[in-house]
Design a protein around this ligand. Structure first.
Ligand SMILES: [Ca+2]
Ligand SMILES: [Ca+2]
Length: 237
């Protein structure tokens, strides 16, 4: 069978001609499509393949649990607070606790306040009931005796946590694993804060001011993060 005969047979019917026409059209269109595939995807598209490459990693935080309260704390008194979190469907990033106080109630024995001294507030987070955390980056203890005071403690649940978008090389699955909480942060969280009164007074020997403790304000947030990994688009020709 000669080449002319073969070609004549392939194109002998209208259906065969149509099939060839469609096949050639796809051969032309597919390379163009794959070459520009990234530009067809929406900004938040996720690519399911797990090949190695260069990726843009970005983050969106959400507050999973939060609370705030104020307590009038007496000298030497320890206030305790706790909560539980067991949901494993989230990717926990950190717990942040902000403890603030000022000197608001120190009064001289007689007359206006003289030489007031800021009270001291110490905060301790008890991690015994919690499934792991990143010890090297976290703050679980803090003390302040300068007013006004704001102490911020963060306990991280992801290694090298950042919210700045950045590029990484490797497999997508490895990058997601790199930014995973790995199950840390679940369990019973507990923290306590203690106040020690400092009484100022007029210069020289003599009686100290009165100070009946202090108002201590606490805010806390347990924050999760959604990690987005999209391929870096090479715009160079
Ligand atoms: Ca004081
Ligand atoms: Ca006070």
């Amino acid at each position: 069978m000669s080449m002319d005969t073969i070609i004549a047979k392939w194109f002998s019917t209208r259906d065969q001609k149509m099939t060839w026409a469609i096949s050639i059209a796809f051969l032309l269109v597919f390379p163009l499509y794959f070459a520009n595939m990234a530009s067809f995807l929406p900004d938040d598209a996720r690519v399911s393949s797990d090949s190695s490459g260069k990726w843009t990693v970005s983050f969106e935080e959400s507050v999973e649990l939060e609370g705030s309260f104020s307590e009038m704390v007496d000298d030497g008194h320890i206030e305790e607070f706790d909560f539980s979190y067991v949901d494993t469907s989230t990717n926990l990033a950190y717990l942040e606790i902000t403890v603030s106080h000022d000197e608001t109630n120190e009064n001289a024995l007689a007359g206006p306040t003289i030489g007031a001294q800021c009270d001291e507030v110490s905060v301790t987070v008890n991690m015994v009931g919690v499934e792991g955390y990143i010890e090297s980056d976290s703050t679980t203890d803090s003390t302040s005796s300068s007013c006004p005071s704001e102490q911020i403690l963060r306990i991280y649940l992801i290694h090298n946590y950042t919210t700045e978008a950045h590029e990484m090389d490797g497999k997508k699955s490895e990058i997601i694993a790199h930014h995973s909480d790995n199950g840390t942060g679940r369990g019973d969280w507990a923290f306590e804060f203690e106040l020690s009164v400092n009484r100022g007074g007029p210069p020289g020997p003599g009686p100290n001011n009165q100070d009946n403790g202090e108002q201590v304000n606490v805010e806390w947030q347990l924050v999760s993060v959604e990690v987005s990994v999209v391929p870096v688009i090479n715009t160079e020709v």
